[in-house]
Design a binder for this molecule. Structure first.
Ligand SMILES: Cc1ncc(C[n+]2csc(CCOP(=O)(O)OP(=O)(O)O)c2C)c(N)n1
Length: 371
């Protein structure tokens, strides 16, 4: 196991000193250390992983130092374009260090959404002609090789990080006191829904909690699309679903997901049919992967949604306000509900026991039965 702070110090000593990325549960200890040690000026928690590549490019050009981009391997897809069309040796030739959490490593049990991504991660880097090493306990020679390669070749260098590589680093996320937890908010959102309503819920614990609430209520799962992967695309999935059916489609998003592809809302706000019902659960954090902050408490998502074409945006903090907001959503027109929740979740929170493909089949049957 690597001592997290020693690794951080070794990066700084090698001029790898501007951090940018999207946090990952596998990199939780490293992300926590960076969040605490680097502060918000030297650690940019980006909306998506591609943005982090852009920041690392700009930083190298102006400072001569190196950006460090951290991500879960599922975020690699968001980096392909800026890596291959900007940083690559045929274009600007910009070095940076990539630190990639290896979910779904072959031989290590993981959730379905990580299996293929995990298997192809090294091959993907090979195909992109990005040099990489798997991070080892004896990491100093690896960082020296990375530094030498970046200096000589002016190209990105990647470190793939296995589960349990970094030792624990205590981090207390700044928590805003709000009456409801996300799970309590979800429980309230479910109250007025019928078996003719459908949900598209976002990546992370929102979908896990929704699954458990449905279990507890004995309601089955065929009305819920749990966006287990493809973070940030929840609202687009719901948009497509709303176009394909006359039933009400409730999109339950998270603030990290909302920010990841916020551009989608400009188009959704203009094109969403009346049965598209948007709910944003805003806890100001990437709570599912360690509680690292997002900027969602510092910006005004309601104004973003309004500017994009949502006619009315309601904000709720309590069960009563959520229920009133759900009534408003039912009225039709482009309306959205923002629910402010505190951070935190149950320690014994489980994972969906229905496979995503089975979930899809069940859902298609349910839609067909209502057509
Ligand atoms: C492209 C991509 N990047 C990163 C992740 C890792 N990840 C899973 S859930 C999550 C946090 C989601 O935050 P938010 O939408 O605010 O929901 P919360 O966890 O706070 O409920 C992250 C970063 C991912 N699954 N996919």
């Amino acid at each position: 196991m690597i001592q997290t702070e020693a690794f951080y110090e070794a990066l700084i000593a090698r001029k790898m000193d501007l951090f940018a990325g999207v946090p990952d549960s596998l990199l939780k200890n490293l992300c926590s250390c960076i969040t605490l040690r680097s502060g918000t000026e030297r650690n940019i928690i980006t909306a998506n992983e591609g943005n982090a590549i852009g920041i690392a490019c700009g930083y190298h050009v102006s400072s001569g130092h190196y950006g460090v981009v951290y991500m879960q391997n599922s975020g690699l897809g968001n980096t392909v374009n800026p890596l291959l069309s900007l940083a690559d040796r045929a274009i600007y030739k910009i070095p940076m260090l990539l630190i990639i959490g290896w979910r779904g490593e072959p031989g290590v049990k993981d959730e379905p959404q990580h299996v293929t991504q995990g298997r192809v991660t090294p091959a993907l880097l090979d195909a992109m002609e990005i040099k990489y090493e798997i991070l080892e306990d004896d990491f100093l020679p690896q960082l020296d090789r990375a530094a030498a390669y970046m200096a000589e070749e002016a190209q990105p260098f990647a470190l793939i990080v296995r589960k349990n590589t970094f030792d624990s680093f205590a981090f207390k996320a700044e928590k805003v006191e709000l009456p409801l937890s996300r799970e309590e908010a979800l429980d309230t959102i479910l109250q007025p829904l019928t078996d003719r309503d459908f949900i598209v819920s976002t990546t992370g614990k929102t979908s896990r909690e929704l699954f458990e609430l449905r279990e507890a209520k004995g309601q089955g799962h065929s009305n819920d699309f749990l966006t287990v992967g493809g973070m940030g695309h929840t609202s687009s999935i719901a948009l497509g679903m709303a176009i394909g059916s006359e039933q009400d489609i409730f999109c339950i998003d998270g603030d990290g997901s909302f920010l990841m592809h916020m551009g989608a809302f400009a188009v959704t706000g203009q094109t969403a049919p009346d049965n598209f019902k948007y709910i944003l659960i805003n806890n100001g954090a990437h709570e599912s992967v360690g509680g690292q902050p997002t900027v969602a408490f510092s910006i005004r998502p309601e104004e973003v949604l309004t500017a994009c074409g949502f006619e009315k945006v309601i904000t709720a903090r309590s069960r009563e306000e959520i229920l009133a907001g759900m009534e408003e959503l039912r009225r039709g027109g482009k309306r959205a509900l923002i629910v402010l929740t505190r951070q935190g979740s149950r320690d014994d929170l489980g994972r969906p026991t229905v496979s995503p493909s089975q979930n899809k089949t069940d859902m298609m049957e349910r839609f067909a039965a209502l057509r």
